[in-house]
Design a protein around this ligand. Structure first.
Ligand SMILES: [Zn+2]
Length: 277
């Protein structure tokens, strides 16, 4: 073994990962080479300090009440966004983490049983902390839905299925939703306001089917997602999500989510038109 070989194997030796043969050869070399012995001694001191540092109680926090539920909710939302299908993510599984499952589920398992994280290296701990920082805050359901709707809108634009029913006649579009969803979205033709109706389609948001009315503004598609939403009426509010402009409001038990890649002015004018203002 050369001195370079020895130095390349110092980390493996410190972690107890050297085979017996390499271990013997290394100790033999260290017994005769003062330079490598010096480097190995300093290397081992650094590793010891790092290990002690990682055991410091200050690095470990008790998970706040409700964290596991929030993490599992985020996992569920993520899964829905990927597949468009509602997945049940029972909390019971979070309390008894198993091997397998998605990376998010495994991460959730680690977090919920913090003592199992003791063996993690410093870099991994830092990555976990960064990843989870996003989740620890109270989940903003409006932001999650806006994210879902934007993803749905983009999928529709990229795919061939912008409309399931292609008609500028609201008397054709409105009945098309009958039997496909359990509510009747109000359908108005806004051609005189510069937003001709193109048709409609069924999409999935938050794991539920949602009526989407497809309008046009010049060459820009404007999608209006309409779904039943409890709570008081709200005034239209502008949001930007990945470069798309959204206007979101609630009226008479329905939530309205208008989205377009046109400018904020366009989506604001569209919201006024829908509201008959
Ligand atoms: Zn040496």
């Amino acid at each position: 073994m050369t001195c370079d070989d020895i130095r390349a194997l110092l980390a493996a030796r410190a972690d107890g990962e050297l085979g017996a043969a390499d271990s013997l050869r290394m100790e033999a070399h260290l017994g005769t080479c003062a330079a490598c012995t010096d480097i190995a001694t300093r290397h081992d001191a650094v590793v010891r300090a790092l290990r002690q540092g990682l055991r410091a109680p200050a690095l470990y926090m008790k998970a706040p009440v409700g964290l596991s539920e929030r993490v599992m909710h985020a996992v569920q939302v993520e899964a829905q966004a990927k597949t468009g299908v509602r997945h049940e993510a029972p909390v019971a599984r979070a309390r008894a983490p198993r091997r397998g499952g998605s990376a998010w589920q495994r991460l959730a398992g680690w977090l919920i049983t913090p003592t199992r994280g003791l063996g993690l290296a410093a870099g991994t701990l830092a990555a976990v902390a960064l990843g989870v920082g996003v989740l620890v805050g109270r989940p903003d359901t409006v932001a999650l839905t806006a994210h879902d709707i934007t993803a749905s809108h983009v999928r529709a634009l990229l795919g061939a299925r912008e409309t399931d029913v292609l008609s500028s006649d609201r008397h054709t579009v409105k009945p098309w939703f009958n039997g496909r969803i359990d509510y009747a979205p109000p359908v108005t033709d806004l051609a005189t306001r510069g937003f001709p109706l193109i048709g409609g389609r069924l999409d999935y948001v938050d794991g539920r089917p949602v009526a989407v009315l497809v309008y046009r503004s010049a060459q820009h598609p404007v999608d209006l997602y309409v779904r039943p939403e409890g709570g008081a009426d709200t005034e239209p509010a502008l949001r930007t999500e990945r470069g798309y402009q959204l206007m979101v409001w609630r009226s008479a038990g329905m939530g309205y989510w208008a989205i377009t890649d046109a400018s904020a002015d366009v989506v604001q004018a569209f919201a006024r038109a829908v509201r008959g203002g």
